[in-house]
Ligand binder design. Structure first.
Ligand code: UDP
Ligand code: MG
Length: 308
């Protein structure tokens, strides 16, 4: 019998573990395949690990990896990919925002229609703040325009994949990971299934606007070098503008004998150019910091305990 591995990154999800488990068990009763659930406890500070251990003692299909601290969802996904044993693998949030019943469709599609990946995409953003939805939409439209990867608006990490595809993902060893970009970058034949947004079962999202912003910057710097080209172009543009201004001043002085004047305008110009320079150095810094992190080759996660 074929087996599906379900990787569940968990960060402070103590109230959701049991509900998630019960829900999934019901789903698999209607499916003709075996399964294993790998909970990845990403340094939770509540009783998440205890809840997982209780389930694991009771059902040997429940496995877990527990990190020594919070390494982030991307590291949790990577750890799961390295350890799973099934024929297919999927990633699901512990808060049931990724509808488990979709897995039935995903499994039939991947087996019968010979896809390498069947991915979920939410088509509504109900109960999400207007600002968050707006910024997310903008981010997806920008990254699709400026990078080599194509990410569908509303695309989730929730997807069923073949081992062939996961091996390709594992061959990308970068520490600063942006999974949505990586899934698209490795290629393979992907089918999209749509669903309406579901709100979190218990607890609250761990993504603040600042965290989301840095995630977006990560995504852009990981898959596009256009910001670097823009900063060079800005430099060229500034040179052109200053050259035109010098010509105008010389012309005015020679023809009209008009002495150059204007302390405030001078200060404004200096501050403006200084701002552009710092902005461009900032862009450069973003890329440099990524290089710095990559060359250190630190492990993506450290395991405190596991049962695999
Ligand atoms: N998560 C994690 N590590 C983190 C943050 C989140 O493993 O540092 C897990 C979290 O427990 C959940 C999933 O990643 O299962 C998605 O997180 P969340 O629900 O907070 O994000 P959202 O659904 O709001 O995008
Ligand atoms: Mg969630």
């Amino acid at each position: 019998m074929e087996m599906i591995s379900i990787i569940v990154p968990c960060f402070n999800e103590q109230e959701n573990i049991n509900i998630f488990y019960e829900y999934l068990i019901k789903i698999f009763k209607n499916m003709d395949c075996d399964f294993e659930i790998i909970f990845v406890d990403d340094g939770s500070q509540d009783k998440t690990l205890d809840e997982i251990k209780k389930l694991s003692n009771y059902n040997n299909k429940i496995k877990y990896i527990s990190f020594s601290r919070n390494f982030g969802k991307e590291s949790a996904i990577f750890a799961g990919f390295e350890k799973y044993k099934g024929d297919y693998v999927t990633i699901m949030d512990a808060d049931l925002q990724d509808p488990p019943e979709l897995l039935i469709d995903m499994y039939h599609t991947i087996r019968n229609e010979l896809y390498d990946c069947v991915a979920a995409r939410r088509i509504t953003r109900t109960n999400e703040s207007k600002l968050r939805s707006f910024l997310s939409k903008k981010f997806y439209s920008i990254i699709n325009k400026i990078s080599e990867v194509e990410i569908a608006d509303g695309a989730r990490d929730y997807r069923l994949m073949t081992r062939k595809m996961v091996n390709a993902i594992l061959s990308m060893k970068e520490c600063t990971r942006f999974s949505k970009g990586i899934f698209s970058w490795v290629g393979f034949h992907t089918k999209w299934l749509s669903y309406k947004n579901i709100t979190r079962t218990n607890g609250k999202t761990s993504w603040s606007l600042i965290k989301l912003f840095s995630y977006a910057i990560n995504g852009i710097t990981s898959f596009s070098d256009l910001p670097l080209s823009i900063s060079s172009l800005l430099g060229i543009l500034m040179c052109l503008i200053s050259f035109i201004m010098i010509c105008i001043i010389i012309f005015k002085t020679l023809i009209f004998g008009d002495p150059t004047s204007g302390y405030p305008s001078l200060i404004c110009t200096i501050v403006f150019i200084g701002g552009i320079q710092l902005f461009c150095i900032g862009i450069l810094g973003q890329y440099l910091s990524k290089v710095y992190i990559e060359v250190k080759k630190r492990p993506m996660y450290i395991i405190k305990e596991e049962k695999i």
